[in-house]
Ligand binder design. Structure first.
Ligand code: NAD
Length: 412
C-alpha cells in the first residue's frame, strides 16, 4: 500500500492500492471536490499507465493481462451496445466517450432508422452495425471485445448467451435475467466460452458505494444492526411499456428498482441474508395489471442484523441507512445516476462526481485487460435473482419466511 500526503488543508491521506483510490480519510471526514481537483482517479490512472508510479504495481505496457489472446494487447477494448433504448442513448454511449479502457465500437439494433443516426453521431463503421438476426456474425469482428446487453429483461439471457458463443466478453444489464435458471445458463455459457461476465451494477464502481462497503468491511461504525434500503419511482407513462409487461420484464418494481434495494441491504451489511419475508401492496391495479406495484421485504443476516427493503413503481424513494454499534451511515440519494450524497454520525462524506457508467465500464475493461477484480460478476446477479424469486414466493405463500442458502455467493 502506498500513502500520499497531499498539501491541501484537510490533509487527506489517499491510500493507493494497485492504482485505485480505496480509502479516503480527512480530519473532518470531509473530502471536498475542489481539493481533489488535481488528484482524480483519472489522473492517477493516467500517471500509472504512463509508468510514473507503475513500477512494482503494474507490469507495464502491454498491460499485465489475465487473457493471453489478441485482446490482451489492446489498450482500449471495443464495446458493442445491444439495444439502443434510453439507457444506451443517454447514459452508456455518452459514458463511452469518456472511458479510458474501452470505447464504442459497434451497435446492435432492431430499428433500421437508428443505424445511420448512431453511425454518424459516434462514427461507427458500417461493418460494425448489426441487427438481432445477423448478430452472431459479430464473432468475426475483431473490433469488438465486449458485448453490452441493454435490452428488456426477458431478452438478456438469449443475447448474453449468443454473445458468449461469439467469443465476446459480456456485460448484461440488471436484473441479470428473469429467472435463476436463466442466470445459470448465462454463467455456464460464459464459462464454456472462457469469456468474462459482468452485470450492469454501476454502483459498485461508484465512490460513495465503495465507501459504504469500506465502512462495513473495516467496521468503521462497528457492527451493523439495522439496514433499510429504498428504491422507487412513480410510473405514470404508457401502460403498454415493457416494464409493465411481465413477459418482457419478469416482474414490476421488484425486478426494476427492487434489485437496488437488495443490493444496498447486502453491501450495507457485507453479508447475504439468511431468510426473507415479503409483502405486496397494490393501490392502482388498473395501471399495474400485470406487474407488482409496491413490495416490502425483511431480511435476517448471519451477523444478527435485520434489514428492511422498500421498492415501488408508485412512490419516490432512494435511500440507504445503516444503524451500527457506534453510529450510523446513510446515502440519499443512494442509487440514482448521481451525484450521490452521504452522511454519517461523524459527518458528511463527499466525493467528486464522475459518470458511474464510465467508471463501471472502465472497471470491467480493466478486469479483462489487467485481471483486476470483477466488481459485479454473474454470481452476484444470480444471487439477487435467487432473492427476487424468494420474495415472490413469500408473497405467494402468505408472507411466510423463505430460507435462503446463499453462503458467500456474489459477495465482492
Ligand atoms: P428502453 O425501453 O428505453 O430500451 C429498450 C430497447 O430494447 C429499445 O431500443 C427497444 O427497441 C429494444 N427492444 C428490442 N425488443 C424489444 C421488445 N420486444 N420490447 C421493447 N423493446 C425492445 O429500456 P432501457 O431503459 O434502455 O432498459 C434496457 C435495460 O437496461 C433493462 O434491462 C433495464 O433494466 C436496464 N437499465 C439499467 C439501468 C442501470 O442504471 N443499470 C438503467 C436503465 C435501464
Amino acid at each position: 500500500m502506498l500513502s500520499i500526503k497531499p498539501s491541501y488543508p484537510n490533509a487527506c491521506l489517499l491510500h493507493l492500492k494497485l492504482g485505485r483510490i480505496v480509502s479516503i480519510f480527512g480530519v473532518e471526514r470531509v473530502l471536498k471536490a475542489n481539493a481533489m481537483e488535481k488528484i482524480t482517479r483519472r489522473v492517477f490512472n493516467e500517471k500509472l499507465s504512463q509508468g510514473v508510479l507503475a513500477a512494482g504495481l503494474f507490469a507495464s505496457a502491454p498491460i499485465a493481462c489475465a487473457m493471453g489472446n489478441e485482446t490482451s494487447k489492446k489498450r482500449s477494448l471495443g464495446v458493442a451496445l445491444v439495444g439502443l433504448g434510453s439507457y444506451s442513448t443517454y447514459q452508456l454511449a455518452p459514458a463511452l466517450e469518456q472511458t479510458r479502457y474501452c470505447h464504442l465500437a459497434g451497435i446492435v439494433t432492431g430499428t433500421k432508422e437508428k443505424e445511420s443516426v448512431w453511425a454518424s453521431k459516434y462514427n461507427v463503421p458500417a461493418d460494425n452495425i448489426y441487427n438481432y438476426q445477423n448478430f452472431d456474425k459479430i464473432a468475426e469482428n475483431k473490433d469488438i471485445d465486449i458485448i453490452y446487453v441493454v435490452l428488456p429483461n426477458s431478452m438478456h439471457a438469449e443475447f448474453s448467451i449468443r454473445a458468449a458463443k461469439a467469443g465476446k466478453h459480456v456485460i448484461c444489464e440488471k436484473p441479470m435475467a428473469v429467472s435463476v435458471k436463466e442466470c445459470d445458463a448465462i454463467i455456464e455459457a460464459c464459462d464454456k466460452a472462457d469469456v468474462k461476465l459482468g452485470v450492469g451494477y454501476r454502483l459498485h464502481s461508484e465512490p460513495y458505494t465503495q465507501e459504504v462497503k469500506r465502512f462495513v468491511k473495516e467496521k468503521t461504525f462497528g457492527k451493523v444492526h439495522y439496514i433499510t434500503a429504498e428504491a422507487a419511482y412513480h410510473s405514470r407513462g404508457n401502460p403498454g411499456q415493457w416494464r409493465l409487461n411481465k413477459a418482457l420484464s419478469g416482474g414490476g418494481a421488484l425486478m426494476n428498482m427492487g434489485v437496488y434495494s437488495i443490493q444496498s441491504a447486502i453491501y450495507g451489511t457485507g453479508e447475504n441474508p439468511l431468510n426473507v419475508t415479503a409483502q405486496e401492496f397494490s393501490t392502482r391495479p388498473a395501471y399495474f395489471k400485470d406487474t407488482d406495484e409496491t413490495i416490502t421485504a425483511q431480511f435476517q443476516f448471519p451477523g444478527g442484523a435485520v434489514g428492511n427493503i422498500f421498492t415501488s413503481h408508485n412512490a419516490s424513494a432512494n435511500r440507504l441507512y445503516a444503524s451500527c454499534d457506534r453510529g450510523w451511515f446513510a446515502l440519499e440519494p443512494a442509487n440514482n445516476y448521481g451525484p450521490l450524497s452521504g452522511t454519517t454520525s461523524q459527518g458528511t462524506i463527499t466525493f467528486q462526481h464522475e459518470s458511474q457508467q464510465k467508471l463501471q465500464m472502465d472497471d470491467f475493461a480493466r478486469h479483462i485487460l489487467e485481471g483486476t477484480v470483477n466488481r459485479a460478476p454473474g454470481e452476484m446477479g444470480k444471487r439477487d435473482m435467487i432473492i427476487v424469486e424468494a420474495i415472490y414466493r413469500s408473497i405467494a405463500e402468505g408472507n411466510r419466511s423463505i430460507p435462503l442458502d446463499l453462503g458467500t455467493l456474489g459477495l465482492v
